[in-house]
Design a protein around this ligand. Structure first.
Ligand SMILES: NC(=O)c1ccc[n+]([C@@H]2O[C@H](COP(=O)([O-])OP(=O)(O)OC[C@H]3O[C@@H](n4cnc5c(N)ncnc54)[C@H](O)[C@@H]3O)[C@@H](O)[C@H]2O)c1
Ligand SMILES: *[C@@H]1O[C@H](CO)[C@@H](O)[C@H](O)[C@H]1NC(C)=O
Length: 315
């Protein structure tokens, strides 16, 4: 097999493992580093098992078999070696600002002017950990959604000093590994996914706090209603089709949306009686000891939906 190039993964936890599998699926060599060597060993055992299990279910991505994909992933016990001749580095350490600052300072020492330096961070702004780096124009956030093997979205967030070429290169790589990237034009707290998610959580919370609806029924609004469409079209296309085009939608509904939106109320703190009520409702529906079982249930559905979308998109 001719080498496609080397990808460095810093941190071999849940997200590091996912990235390793995604890059290996199209034939990149992966160098997997973790400060805790035993975690790399654990990761390799887990990755091997996951790849074999995917293969047996016919869900393995790419054209290489599980063994070939696994052989592309190398354990690396020094960060310097991990980064040597790397074309792309994906940082996946704990979500702590001081740690990201420290890890990026280390990375900065070992890379040349070409390596893309991506962080998996879910909420830290790229400017917050890259400001003092020599290679700061190479830093970008590439935030995946868990489980990334089944959820293609990756949010790309540039810092104010990120080179446009780095953004383009990262976007290209994401497409190549079968992920769907969306690009922020500039950084903002919460990026896109969490801003949209939080606005939904806020309103669902207010409706329960105001005693308008049960926890179960508001969940149904998503999974038995809005969510079905949102699995394949966004809010704008939904609106476009719900009227005779977007222009008519605005003409017809803008005022109504504005009037209802004025009644939304304050940003909830999500603590106290309503929070307790929601937590109790959820734990009685899904007890904590059943969470893993329910996560499996979720995964099965995600896989089925992902496959259905792939099949439908072929026609
Ligand atoms: N878990 C998720 O659902 C999710 C989703 C999207 C993004 N993220 C982001 O991905 C990143 C990693 O999350 P995770 O869930 O994989 O965490 P994790 O706790 O599973 O793994 C983190 C790993 O980093 C290693 N580490 C710590 N310090 C290190 C250092 N100095 N050098 C090298 N390795 C070091 C740890 O040993 C550990 O193995 C975080 O920034 C997180 O916000 C997580
Ligand atoms: C990439 O991985 C393959 C398979 O393990 C290996 O034969 C090859 O030497 C690796 N290439 C590099 C540059 O590490």
């Amino acid at each position: 097999m001719a080498s496609k190039g080397k990808i460095s993964i810093i941190g071999s936890g849940l997200i590091g493992r996912n990235w390793a599998m995604l890059f290996a699926s199209v034939g990149y060599n992966i160098s997997l580093f973790d400060i805790d060597e035993s975690r790399i060993d654990d990761a390799l055992v887990d990755i091997k098992q996951q790849l074999n299990s995917l293969e047996s279910k016919n869900l393995l991505r790419g054209s290489l078999n599980a063994e070939q994909q696994f052989s592309l992933i190398d354990k690396c016990i020094s960060m310097e070696e991990c980064l040597r001749n790397s074309i792309y580095c994906q940082e996946c350490v704990f979500e702590k600002l001081e740690l990201k600052v420290q890890v990026f300072q280390q990375i900065d020492k070992y890379v040349d002017d070409k390596t893309v330096l991506a962080s998996s961070t879910s909420c830290l702004l790229p400017s917050s950990f890259s400001a003092n780096l020599n290679h700061k124009s190479q830093v970008i956030v590439a935030h995946p959604v868990n489980p990334a093997y089944y959820i293609p979205l990756v949010e790309l967030v540039p810092a104010p000093w990120t080179d446009e070429k780095v953004v383009a290169r990262t976007r290209e790589l994401m497409t190549e590994i079968g992920q769907k990237s969306v690009t922020l034009k500039k950084e903002i707290e919460g990026f896109l996914v969490n801003r949209v998610q939080y606005s939904i959580l806020n309103e669902c919370y207010r409706l329960i706090a105001g005693d308008y609806v049960s926890v179960e029924d508001i969940d149904s609004v998503m999974c038995d209603g809005l969510g079905l469409r949102y699995a394949f079209m966004g809010p704008w296309e939904t609106a476009h089709l719900n009227a005779n085009g977007m222009k008519e939608y605005f003409e017809k509904y803008s005022k109504g949306i504005y009037d209802v939106s004025k009644t939304f109320g304050e940003i909830p703190k999500m603590e106290g009686a309503t929070a307790d009520h929601i937590a109790n409702e959820l734990t009685s529906r899904i007890p904590l000891e059943k969470l893993n079982e329910r996560r499996k249930w979720r995964e099965e559905r995600l896989i089925a939906i992902t496959q259905l979308k792939k099949t439908l998109d072929k026609h």
